[in-house]
Design a binder for this molecule. Structure first.
Ligand SMILES: Cc1cc2nc3c(=O)[nH]c(=O)nc-3n(C[C@H](O)[C@H](O)[C@H](O)COP(=O)(O)OP(=O)(O)OC[C@H]3O[C@@H](n4cnc5c(N)ncnc54)[C@H](O)[C@@H]3O)c2cc1C
Ligand SMILES: NC(=O)c1ccc[n+]([C@@H]2O[C@H](COP(=O)([O-])OP(=O)(O)OC[C@H]3O[C@@H](n4cnc5c(N)ncnc54)[C@H](O)[C@@H]3O)[C@@H](O)[C@H]2O)c1
Length: 464
């Protein structure tokens, strides 16, 4: 080894939620650990993903509430938002969360070396080179490089804005097209619509939020349309972007065999999230990228057994809660030779649209494919006192149970506080609580979580 080159038990590439969790767990288990981070600590989640998006969602909610305030006798008006003040607020909150997480301090306290010398690349199966030229060798390597937005390979794609760059827009767009109605696109549609932009949401998929239970997609799409968002799902293709003589962007797509074009001030591409592997040197170690991510087995091994890939990099459950779990599990598998794997059925996910949506476990479709006799109940928010009190009657909670009405197989909610409602159900599922026990739980009055008790009791009496 050259002077300055270093050797560790475990090298972690990337300090987002996956890398941070992996490094801390490996160090707890007694390994010598290095973290190699090319950018800002915290990764996508804190810097450009969940945290800024959530602040934007809060801003959108404030606007909606102000619009509704006169019903409560509060004369209020939102004429226009101050885009720069909004961006400044987002940045300020992001900084606050970053300082709360204080990865640097936690790494130092755990005896983990953090090296910020640019991007890491494989040179052999056990050696990485940094932009600085320093070589790091390790017995085990955990790839936690996350991903980035996918720009569609179409003419004029460079004119599009990607979600990570939304806060750099010079002004609030009057007309915005969002390509991709997954979690990212749907949340941005809600935000820009609340901010007063005219929003068009486009997707090849037949419905918004394809990963959610179908009934959730239907409610969210209907709400979008009611809010004035133009929803175009099931289109044939997005063809091109071009600069119009007006300075606007002409977006061309095709639907039902015909070409359609329209002008927008901003076009956002929220069309997927490939792993950040372009310059990782995977070809040097024989790892082939499949469907834009690093293939792993259920214990997060790549084809090279001592190299693991977790978080967004393996393309499985692209969520913070998954990244953290996988990071810890891979560290245990790497250091102890353990066989931990992800409990997919217990990973809740959701988003902050209007109304919010969330789910955990099997969708109704997935459960019926396994057993057509599974039992499903759907309780509308309009039957819940708290939702009526708050004037938030849109939405429902759906519970899916096995045919004996014992186990909850899946839970899906759309409506106020849907994510928190689903979190409570996830806790119950993780604890192995059966339906009859859940039906006997007392819920404080008046709460949104009370809908869980109503749904569990309905399951027992056999609605289907
Ligand atoms: C707009 C948006 C909103 C989101 N909202 C939510 C949400 O509300 N809830 C939720 O659960 N999930 C959300 N997500 C998803 C969530 O952000 C990711 O699942 C999570 O950040 C993945 O963590 P990770 O550690 O795998 O990757 P990342 O957080 O992307 O971290 C990867 C790190 O690796 C570093 N890196 C990359 N390559 C190299 C290299 N070669 N050398 C050194 N360092 C490198 C990067 O700089 C980065 O810091 C959102 C995503 C987006 C885009
Ligand atoms: N609240 C959250 O938990 C949250 C928020 C944002 C992102 N995320 C995660 O981050 C990851 C990336 O999310 P995302 O929404 O950016 O990507 P995604 O892959 O989930 O959705 C991309 C959407 O773009 C559509 N699409 C792809 N190519 C297209 C084309 N040529 N024309 C039109 N539409 C096209 C797809 O059909 C899909 O609906 C996901 O795994 C997501 O779960 C989570």
């Amino acid at each position: 080894m050259r002077e300055g080159d270093l050797h560790y038990d475990v090298a972690v590439i990337g300090a987002g939620p996956a890398g941070t969790a992996a490094a801390l767990r490996a160090a707890e288990l007694g390994a010598s650990v290095v973290v190699l981070e090319a950018g800002r600590l915290g990764g996508t989640c804190v810097n450009t993903g969940c945290v800024p998006t959530r602040v934007l969602a809060k801003t959108a909610r404030l606007i909606r509430d102000v619009h509704h305030a006169s019903v409560y006798g509060i004369p209020a008006d939102v004429s226009a938002i101050d885009w720069f003040a909004t961006v400044a607020r987002v940045e300020e909150r992001v900084e606050k969360v970053r300082s709360l997480k204080s990865e640097e301090v936690r790494f130092a306290e755990a005896g983990i070396d953090l090296i910020h010398e640019g991007r890491a690349r494989f040179v052999t199966e056990s050696a990485l080179v940094l932009d600085s030229g320093r070589i790091i060798t390790a017995d085990r390597i955990i790839i936690c490089v996350g991903g980035h937005s996918r720009r569609l390979p179409i003419p004029g794609a460079a004119l599009a804005t990607v979600p990570e760059d939304v806060l750099t827009l010079p002004a609030l767009p009057r007309r915005v097209a969002i390509i991709g109605a997954g979690n990212t696109g749907a949340q941005l549609a809600t935000v820009f619509s609340a901010f007063g932009s005219a929003v068009t949401l486009l997707d090849l998929a037949p419905r918004v939020l394809m990963a959610s239970d179908k009934s959730i997609s239907a409610v969210v799409a209907e709400a979008f349309v009611a809010q004035g968002i133009t929803v175009r799902t099931g289109i044939d293709a997005v063809r091109s972007l071009a600069r119009a003589s007006t300075g606007a962007i002409t977006l061309t797509w095709s639907a039902e065999g015909s070409a359609v074009d329209d002008e927008f001030d901003v076009v956002i591409m929220a069309t997927g999230w490939p792993a950040d592997v372009d310059d990782l040197g995977l070809e040097k170690v024989g790892i082939e990228v499949t469907r834009s991510s690093i293939p792993v087995d259920q214990y997060f091994h790549t084809v090279v057994p001592h190299i693991f890939a977790v978080g967004d990099a393996n393309g499985r459950d692209m969520l913070v809660q998954a990244a953290q779990f996988e990071g810890e599990a891979a560290a245990e598998n790497a250091v102890l030779g353990a066989n931990r794997r992800t409990p997919h059925q217990l990973l809740p996910a959701g988003g902050f649209t209007d109304p919010d949506y969330a789910g955990v476990g099997l969708t109704e479709e997935e459960a019926r494919e396994r057993d057509a006799s599974c039992v499903v109940v759907r309780i509308p928010y309009s039957s819940l006192d708290r939702a009526v009190i708050d004037d938030r009657e849109l939405g429902f909670l759906k519970l899916v149970a096995d045919r004996r009405r014992e186990l909850i197989l899946g839970a899906h909610a759309v409506g106020e506080n849907a994510v928190e409602v689903i979190q409570s159900l996830t806790t119950a599922m993780a604890a192995g609580v059966d339906v009859s026990t859940l039906a006997n739980v007392r819920f404080a009055y008046p709460t949104y979580s009370a809908i869980i008790g109503i749904a569990a009791r309905a399951l027992l009496v056999g609605a289907n």
